[in-house]
Design a protein around this ligand. Structure first.
Ligand SMILES: *Cc1c(COP(=O)(O)O)cnc(C)c1O
Length: 363
C-alpha cells in the first residue's frame, strides 16, 4: 500500500492504530463470535461500548455532571433545526454569521415560523476572513440562545475567545474543532458536532447539552426531541452503532496521547509549521489574518488559479490527497485534524518549497 496523506475536511483521516484495532476486531468482537456491526444495540456488549464512549468523551472534555451527552444522527445539519426547535419556539434567537455553515444554520432556524432570528454580527463583508467582535450590548438578555460556529471549516477561521453572553446560553457548532481547542464546556449551553471531522466516521452526531435546556418546548417528533433522546440514553431507536464504536476507539487513542492540553499542543505545533511555511513563502499566502486562524482547517492560495490547479494535481500525484479548497473559496485547504500526523505536514511543506522553486516565487 502506498503512503498517502489525507488532508480532507471531512470525512477525514482516522488514527491508523484505531483502524488496525477495528480490523483486528472486525470479525469477532471480544469473543462474541460477531462483528460490532452485527451486535444488537440492546446487547450488553454494545451497551458497554456506548457507555465507554460517553465516559471517555466526558473525561477528555471534562464535561460537567449537569450536561447530557447524546449520540444522534442526521449530521450537524440536522442540529441547525433541532437546536431552535428544542430551545426557542416562540422566542428570539441570535446568531453570529462567520461562514458558510453559520449561514446554513441561520437559514434553517429561519424556516421555523415561530422562531425570531437575529444576526447580530457577521464577517460576510470580507468573505468571512475574520471573526467579528461581539460586545455585551449586542446580546439580547431575552434571547433563547446565541449561536456561533467555533471553527469555520471552509474559510479557515476560529474563535479563540468566546463571546461573553452573560446568562444567555451559548450554542456552538463545534463540528470541526471539537477536541482540538481549550474551550470550557461550562461556557456553553449546548455543543454539537458531526463526527466525521475530528471524532470518527460519518453517521454520528455528538450533542452535549446542559440539563436545564432539556424539555423547554413541545417537540413534534420523538427523534428530534433532546429530552426524549436523553431519557433513553441515545437508544430511543437504533443508533449508528459502528460509528459509535469507532468514536470510542478514537477517544481511547486520544486518551493515550494524554489529555486535551497535550492534543492541543500537537495541533498547535502542526498548524504553526504550515502557517510559518505559508507566511515565509513568496508564492503561497493565507487569506486569513493571524489572529483568526484555524488550527484545523488551513486554506492557502498562490493567487493564480491555473497555478493552484497545477499544485493540486502534482500534489495529488505525490500522495497529498484532498488538498483542493472548497469550491466557494478556491485555492487549497489542508485540514489538520487530531489524527493527521506531523510528518504529513513536514512532507507537504517540503513539497510546497520544491513547487515554489520550480514555478518561480512571485518575489
Ligand atoms: C461539516 C460541517 C457541518 C455539516 O456537517 P454534516 O454532518 O455534514 O451535516 C456543519 N458545520 C460545520 C462547522 C462543519 O464543519
Amino acid at each position: 500500500m502506498t503512503t498517502v496523506y489525507n488532508f480532507s475536511a471531512g470525512p477525514a483521516v482516522l488514527p491508523k492504530p484505531v483502524l488496525e484495532k477495528a480490523q483486528s476486531e472486525l470479525l469477532d468482537y471480544k469473543n462474541s463470535g460477531m462483528s460490532v456491526m452485527e451486535l444488537s444495540h440492546r446487547s450488553s456488549e454494545f451497551e458497554a461500548i456506548i457507555q465507554d464512549a460517553e465516559q471517555l468523551l466526558r473525561e477528555l472534555m471534562q464535561i460537567p455532571d449537569n450536561y447530557k451527552v447524546l449520540f444522534l444522527q442526521g449530521g450537524a445539519s440536522l442540529q441547525f433545526t433541532m437546536v431552535p426547535l428544542n430551545l426557542a419556539q416562540n422566542k428570539k434567537v441570535q446568531y453570529i454569521n462567520t461562514g458558510t455553515w453559520s449561514k446554513k444554520a441561520i437559514a434553517e432556524a429561519k424556516k421555523l415560523s415561530n422562531v425570531e432570528v437575529e444576526v447580530i454580527a457577521s464577517s460576510e463583508d470580507q468573505n468571512f476572513t475574520y471573526i467579528p467582535e461581539v460586545t455585551e450590548d449586542m446580546i439580547d438578555p431575552d434571547a433563547a440562545y446565541i449561536h456561533i460556529t467555533t471553527n469555520n471549516t471552509i474559510e479557515g477561521t476560529a474563535f479563540t475567545d468566546l463571546p461573553n453572553t452573560g446568562k444567555v446560553p451559548l450554542v456552538a457548532d463545534m463540528s470541526s474543532n471539537i477536541l482540538a481547542n481549550n474551550y470550557q464546556v461550562s461556557d456553553f449551553g449546548l455543543i454539537y458536532a458531526g463526527a466525521q471531522k475530528n471524532i470518527g466516521p460519518a453517521g454520528l452526531t455528538v450533542v452535549i447539552i446542559r440539563e436545564d435546556l432539556l424539555g423547554l418546548t413541545d417537540v413534534p417528533s420523538a427523534m428530534l426531541d433532546y429530552k426524549l433522546q436523553a431519557a433513553n440514553d441515545s437508544l430511543y431507536n437504533t443508533p449508528p452503532t459502528y460509528s459509535i464504536y469507532i468514536a470510542k476507539l478514537v477517544f481511547e487513542w486520544l486518551k493515550e496521547q494524554g489529555n486535551i492540553a497535550t492534543i492541543l499542543k500537537q495541533d498547535e505545533e502542526k498548524a504553526a509549521l504550515l502557517y510559518e511555511a505559508i507566511d515565509r513563502s513568496s508564492l503561497f499566502s493565507s487569506p486569513v489574518a493571524p489572529a483568526f486562524r484555524s488550527l484545523t482547517n488551513i486554506p492557502f492560495v498562490t493567487g493564480n488559479e491555473t497555478l493552484d490547479k497545477k499544485f493540486i494535481a502534482e500534489a495529488t500525484k505525490q500522495g497529498f490527497k484532498n488538498l483542493k479548497g472548497h469550491r466557494l473559496v478556491g485555492g487549497m485547504r489542508a485540514s489538520l485534524y487530531n489524527a493527521f500526523p506531523i510528518e504529513g505536514v513536514r512532507a507537504l511543506i517540503d513539497f510546497m518549497e520544491t513547487f515554489e522553486k520550480e514555478n518561480g516565487g512571485k518575489n
